[in-house]
Design a binder for this molecule. Structure first.
Ligand SMILES: Cc1cc2nc3c(=O)[nH]c(=O)nc-3n(C[C@H](O)[C@H](O)[C@H](O)COP(=O)(O)OP(=O)(O)OC[C@H]3O[C@@H](n4cnc5c(N)ncnc54)[C@H](O)[C@@H]3O)c2cc1C
Length: 238
């Protein structure tokens, strides 16, 4: 059964770049806000008359078990009704109407030797949330993060530090438009294809998160590679 909408107060907003902001929202209620890494919230925004036209979903980017303030990382969509409202009208102290947690895009129940996390832009949110659980399960984790320019990288320092501290975690950022000499150029597909050359199909869970063109292309490559359906998990943002 779907939960009711409850109030959530925006307690902080951090601008990452002109297109991306981190919203920290404190959800009304008692105790820790219970959710699994990878789940999302639905916001009811005052952008339309009809209820279901007002709903927008956002993955929780923070980890479970730390109180009732959760982080959402949101990219402004050109002409997007919900994100324009969030970027132009919502400030610290604003009260949002939220429902959740929702969704089944969580750490796979069957732990395999390798887990590939493939995302573009704010699609990194659910992975950041589920990383501690994945690493605790013992699987080797590769985070493949794609965006256009170096300055669009999300949680760069944090992911680099995690890779330094944790021998099981590998961070692979890739840039489609960057001219910087030191970065890897291209799309996420080249990265997982290269990694998979050295893996057996039975040993890998692949989780995809982002927008339709990336997910469709990845699903097609992974099906060609022979990845069993139950080892492929994805969250489609739109
Ligand atoms: C489970 C789930 C989790 C998600 N998590 C995240 C997340 O963590 N972070 C995140 O950033 N997004 C996330 N999304 C996407 C998010 O829910 C919204 O779809 C996204 O923010 C766009 O909403 P919007 O109201 O701004 O755009 P909408 O108004 O819904 O428009 C959608 C698109 O249509 C185009 N469009 C709309 N109106 C026009 C127009 N008049 N002319 C031309 N083009 C137009 C816009 O370019 C826009 O990109 C998630 C989606 C799902 C389903």
């Amino acid at each position: 059964m779907l939960q009711p909408f409850v109030n959530a107060t925006v307690v902080d907003i951090k601008t990452v770049n002109p297109q991306v902001r981190r919203f920290f929202v404190n959800i009304d209620g008692e105790g820790d806000f219970a959710f699994k890494g990878g789940q999302f919230l639905t916001l009811d925004l005052p952008i339309a008359e009809q209820r279901n036209k007002r709903w927008r979903s956002y993955s929780i980017a923070s980890v479970p078990g730390v109180g009732r303030t959760v982080e959402l990382i949101i990219s402004l969509q050109p002409h997007g009704l919900g994100t324009t409202y969030l970027f132009e009208q919502v400030q610290v102290g604003s009260v949002l109407s939220v429902r959740g947690p929702q969704g089944v895009f969580v750490a796979p129940s069957q732990v395999l030797p390798t887990t590939l996390l493939v995302c573009t832009g704010t699609g990194i949110a659910p992975f950041r949330s589920m990383l501690p659980q994945l690493l605790a399960s013992g699987t080797e984790v590769h985070l493949i993060f794609g965006c256009r320019e170096l300055q669009d990288t999300l949680y760069k320092t944090e992911m680099e530090q995690l890779a330094t501290e944790n021998k099981q975690f590998f961070y692979h950022p890739i840039y489609s438009r960057s001219q910087e000499p030191q970065v890897k150029k291209g799309y996420v597909h080249a990265v997982y294809k290269e990694l998979l050359q050295y893996k057996a199909v039975t040993d890998v869970n692949v989780l995809l998160c982002g927008w339709k063109p990336m997910i469709d292309e990845a699903r097609s490559h992974l099906a060609d590679w022979g990845l069993p359906k139950q080892q492929l998990h994805f969250e489609l943002y739109g």
